[in-house]
Design a protein around this ligand. Structure first.
Ligand SMILES: Nc1nc2c(ncn2[C@@H]2O[C@H](COP(=O)(O)OP(=O)(O)OP(=O)(O)O)[C@@H](O)[C@H]2O)c(=O)[nH]1
Ligand SMILES: [Zn+2]
Length: 206
């Protein structure tokens, strides 16, 4: 278990240099302080392991996309069949976290592209989405990051990303409005032209 002093020295080295174990220990320590400040009983059988549980969840799951080691391996195949129409992976589940309140953003992501010689393994579109979602986010940035990453790894220009999501910071607190959604898009290349975007919307309507 880290002492106050050792946490301070770890932080002095710069947070970016923390090992995974140091991150978990630092978050555990501070989350425990948050729970104590809230007046919670850290001796309680149900609560005593919560700081460590939250720390592991933050580092290994909720914010795993902050670790460059989580970047997905992307498998590309030759487009031997010369499929030159839209490939759309729709309804990719989205569980991210609002960077303003650290509460969930829940929705669906639609990723479309047109091949320029290569096709991508379909699950990689889900994995790319997951990588950028598992960070404290705003929806606009997440939308652009997925599109730009796909353009880069596939070396293509024709990409579209649409996200429809509910922000629990809007639904469960603050204004407390459930049932409203935020829709964002990032269109590139052919998707900026009317025919391609009409095709995409026809596919999304199916
Ligand atoms: N543009 C954008 N805003 C977001 C996103 N997620 C949350 N927000 C907003 O970020 C804003 C933060 O505003 P503040 O006024 O600083 O926070 P607040 O006092 O908690 O505001 P309320 O939520 O209105 O109670 C809120 O309006 C949120 O709805 C997002 O992905 N994109
Ligand atoms: Zn929020």
């Amino acid at each position: 278990m880290q002492t106050e002093e050792s946490i301070a020295s770890v932080l002095a080295r710069g947070r970016k240099e923390l090992t995974k174990a140091e991150k978990i220990e630092t978050i555990r320590h501070h989350f425990r302080e948050i729970m104590l400040a809230l007046g919670l009983d850290l001796e309680d059988d149900s609560l005593k392991d919560t700081p460590a549980r939250v720390a592991k969840m933050f580092v290994n799951e909720a914010f795993s996309g902050l670790d460059p080691a989580s970047e997905p391996a992307v498998t590309l195949f030759e487009n031997n069949f010369r499929y030159n129409e839209i490939v759309l992976e729709r309804d990719i589940p989205l569980y991210s976290y609002c960077e303003h309140h650290f509460v969930p953003i829940i929705g669906k992501v639609h990723v479309a592209y047109v091949s320029q010689g290569k096709v991508i393994g379909l699950s990689k579109l889900n994995r790319i989405t997951h990588y950028f979602a598992k960070r404290p986010q705003v929806q606009e940035r997440l939308t652009i990051q997925i599109a730009e990453y796909l353009k880069k790894v596939m070396g293509i220009a024709d990409v579209a990303v649409i996200i429809k999501a509910e922000h629990l910071c809007v639904a469960s607190r603050g204004v407390n409005h459930t049932g409203c959604a935020t829709v964002t898009s990032s269109y590139h290349g052919q998707f900026l032209t009317e025919p391609r975007s009409r095709e995409l919307h026809a596919l999304l309507a199916v």
